[in-house]
Design a protein around this ligand. Structure first.
Ligand SMILES: Cc1cc2nc3c(=O)[nH]c(=O)nc-3n(C[C@H](O)[C@H](O)[C@H](O)COP(=O)(O)O)c2cc1C
Length: 307
């Protein structure tokens, strides 16, 4: 029996350890379960689900970049109904908290999706992806508009008692203002960050490498950006933060926790080594033992910054 308590609380959501699998990088858990024992992971977050199935963007949808990748998948997913019928039964075989990530193009659609899913006992929390175009506001992303993020939080909060996490976009001037709106409207936590807007061109054809022109940058290239955003929220707003962005090993997890994260999510790394996230749990435990840390949660926001 380990002497280290690896459990963490994200508001009302209790996890056995802080290592979660990030939305869009493990689908609905089926393939990754062949490489990592899901029973050892803190939680699994689904690919963003929308009310109706979505095919996503035509190819090219992924481009490799220095220390990262750009993706413009376009939220391809099976839709909530097929998710309930075809994907949840598989996940019931595992003792791992399931967090449903939801994407939508109107506030009504966020609410509708949550209403349909909240009755499913297997779902332990919701993560709302606000990096989606708001069709009623001319396609401006919800995540770039503080009022819209507040409204989505308020409206979704009204239809579920389950823990509510809002996943924030880094493509804003002051991310703390968004975390503050989430807290004020009753959200339990924020995830930071989603991908950073990026673009790439082929210098011979002069065409964009992605069909969608712009994509989302992820991987180690964005880690310092993500750490800065987590720290900003942690210093300004009293709300649990789930740190995401470029985590490649257990040391990165510790760094995110020191900067203010209560837990973390692993994304791009799952494509490089689908066994890595599972292995980190033991490594985190070793670090805590070595540092004489009894509870890993003590690390959260333990930064030493001279004021
Ligand atoms: C291929 C791919 C697909 C993604 N799809 C989603 C998605 O559907 N919903 C979402 O909220 N985030 C999505 N993300 C963002 C990740 O969950 C994560 O926030 C981001 O990649 C940063 O973490 P990382 O650097 O560890 O990958 C996706 C990322 C990648 C690489």
């Amino acid at each position: 029996m380990s002497k280290v308590d690896l459990s963490v609380n994200i508001g009302p959501l209790k996890l056995r350890n802080p290592v979660m699998l990030a939305s869009g990088t493990v689908g609905y858990g089926t393939e990754i379960s062949e490489f990592t024992d899901l029973n050892t992971i803190g939680a699994i977050v689904t690919k963003s689900l929308s009310l109706k199935p979505r095919k996503g963007n035509p190819p090219q949808r992924i481009v490799e970049t220095p220390s990262g990748m750009l993706n413009a998948i376009g939220l391809a997913n099976v839709g909530v109904e097929a998710f309930i019928k075809e994907k949840i039964p598989f996940l019931k075989n595992y003792d791992v908290p399931l967090i449903c990530n939801i994407a939508a193009s109107t506030i009504e659609e966020y609410v509708e999706c949550t209403k349909i899913l909240t009755g499913e006992e297997t779902i332990k929390a919701f993560e709302i992806n606000v990096s989606c175009p708001n069709v009623k506001e001319g396609g401006l992303q919800f995540g770039n508009d503080v009022k819209a993020v507040g409204k989505v939080t308020e409206m979704v909060r009204a239809v579920t008692d389950k823990p509510l996490i809002i996943k924030l976009s880094p493509n804003v001037s002051y991310i703390w203002e968004f975390a503050d709106a989430v807290k004020k409207e009753g959200g339990d936590a924020v995830s930071a960050i989603n991908t950073v807007v990026g673009s790439a061109f082929d210098i011979y054809t002069k065409k964009p490498k992605l069909f969608n022109v712009n994509g989302g940058l992820s991987g180690p290239a964005i880690k310092p950006v993500a750490i800065a955003k987590v720290l900003e929220i942690s210093r300004k707003v009293d709300i649990p933060v789930i740190g995401i962005g470029g985590i490649m090993n257990w040391k990165d997890v510790i760094e995110f926790m020191i900067a203010g994260a209560s837990a973390v999510q692993i994304g791009t790394l799952n494509f490089i080594d689908p066994t890595a996230a599972g292995k980190m749990v033991g490594e985190l435990e070793q670090y805590c033992e070595q540092m004489n840390i009894k509870r890993i949660s003590e690390l959260t926001a333990s930064y030493d910054i001279e004021e």
